[in-house]
Design a binder for this molecule. Structure first.
Ligand SMILES: NC(=O)c1ccc[n+]([C@@H]2O[C@H](COP(=O)([O-])OP(=O)(O)OC[C@H]3O[C@@H](n4cnc5c(N)ncnc54)[C@H](OP(=O)(O)O)[C@@H]3O)[C@@H](O)[C@H]2O)c1
Length: 331
């Protein structure tokens, strides 16, 4: 039998295991033109929380009673499609099933001789590409500037900080534990770091950690940390709204300070994006990230959870900061 995970309820607040249903179906068979895929590595990501709401967004919501999906690396175990061979590995948006069929649309082959397969869900996948293109297209980061990044020990944030160092910037990270702030300084070369969970006055902590002010703020969390960063922006600063995880489980969006006078007085640009806005740049971005990896200029952390049944818990754990680097489930 084939294990699958369905959305049972739309969560209220932080998701719990009760919002997921574990079930089984008959193992599928590949028809003419199709592949049979075996799930190997599953990416769990904060944005999936948004897809659990019944709300219009840039991507379709999940349907109650249907399988969830996310970025998955799968092995082709049978192929009736001339474009794929048995034994190859593919990366794509696939369902939370142990086995599934596909006609190959939207799947990219990944080469395990070039990089570990898991890296295609992290630094060489949408995570790394988000960091690279957010910084490049919106941040327009220049040598010598001060870059502040939140969610700094996470999948996107840790790549952002390392790119900042490659570009010759002063980089300060914000993360949620002493271990994480030590790690980003020791392993990734961040110049400074703030533990937001043990800091009462974030505005002041950022001021102290960034004595020349902040030129570019890469925001992965939103909320009060964004408010504190905004108060420390330099003239012509750029705020990149990549994520707002601190708000994803809120039932009512909390009200923050009005930002317009800060933006006007300091000529600050604040821009949101989803990585798919820059689809045509994915190839060059991935190539550059792979080159930096080969040159040992970029490294990465992963939190690897084992077992298909643990996919929902690994997802929930993102909201408690249990991951360092990319959260991945090995099936
Ligand atoms: N715009 C795009 O296209 C795009 C693409 C990918 C990701 N994103 C966004 O980028 C952000 C990071 O994604 P990721 O995949 O790299 O996840 P991640 O940072 O690897 O994991 C999430 C981290 O968020 C932190 N966190 C959780 N709740 C928080 C809260 N209430 N306040 C502050 N921090 C909190 C936790 O770290 P601590 O221990 O430090 O709290 C946790 O480890 C997310 O907001 C995601 O939605 C956007």
């Amino acid at each position: 039998m084939n294990k699958i995970i369905l959305l049972k309820n739309r969560p209220t607040g932080k998701p719990t295991l009760k919002d997921f249903e574990f079930t089984e179906e008959e193992e599928p068979k590949a028809k003419e033109g199709e592949l049979l895929l075996k799930t190997k590595y599953v990416s769990v990501d904060p944005y999936l929380r948004g897809r659990m709401r019944d709300a219009k967004s840039y991507i379709e919501p999940f349907k109650v009673g249907e399988p969830l999906e996310s970025g998955i690396i799968a092995e082709v175990i049978e192929s009736n499609n001339k474009n794929f061979k048995k034994g190859e590995f593919v990366n794509g948006m696939l369902q939370w099933k142990q086995f599934q069929t596909s006609n190959g649309t939207g799947l990219n082959k990944v080469d395990r001789d070039k990089a570990p397969l898991k890296a295609y869900l992290g630094v060489l996948g949408l995570t790394g590409i988000t960091a690279y293109l957010g910084l490049d297209k919106i941040g327009k980061l220049q040598k010598g500037e001060t870059l502040l990044v939140s969610g700094a020990a996470g999948a996107v944030g840790s790549v952002v900080g390392q790119i900042g160092k490659i570009k010759g910037c002063t980089v300060v990270g914000i993360a949620g534990s002493e271990e994480k702030i030590d790690r980003i300084q020791e392993k990734f070369g961040f110049d400074g770091a703030i533990n937001y969970k043990s800091t009462e006055d974030m505005g002041n902590a950022i001021k102290e950690a960034c004595p020349d002010g902040v030129d570019v703020y890469f925001d992965n969390v939103g909320g009060e940390i964004l408010d504190a960063a905004l108060a420390n922006m330099n003239k012509y600063g750029r705020v990149i709204n990549c994520g707002a995880i601190s708000l994803y489980n809120e039932t009512k969006t909390p009200m923050g300070p009005r930002v317009e006078t800060t933006l006007i007085q300091k000529s600050v640009l604040m821009q949101g994006f989803t990585v798919r806005d820059f689809v045509k740049d994915f190839g060059p971005a991935q190539k550059q990230l792979a080159k930096w990896m080969e040159e040992d200029k970029i490294s990465y952390l992963e939190t690897v959870v084992e077992g298909f049944n643990n996919i929902p818990q690994a997802f929930i754990d993102l909201f408690d900061g249990k991951n360092k680097g990319k959260m991945i489930v090995v099936v």
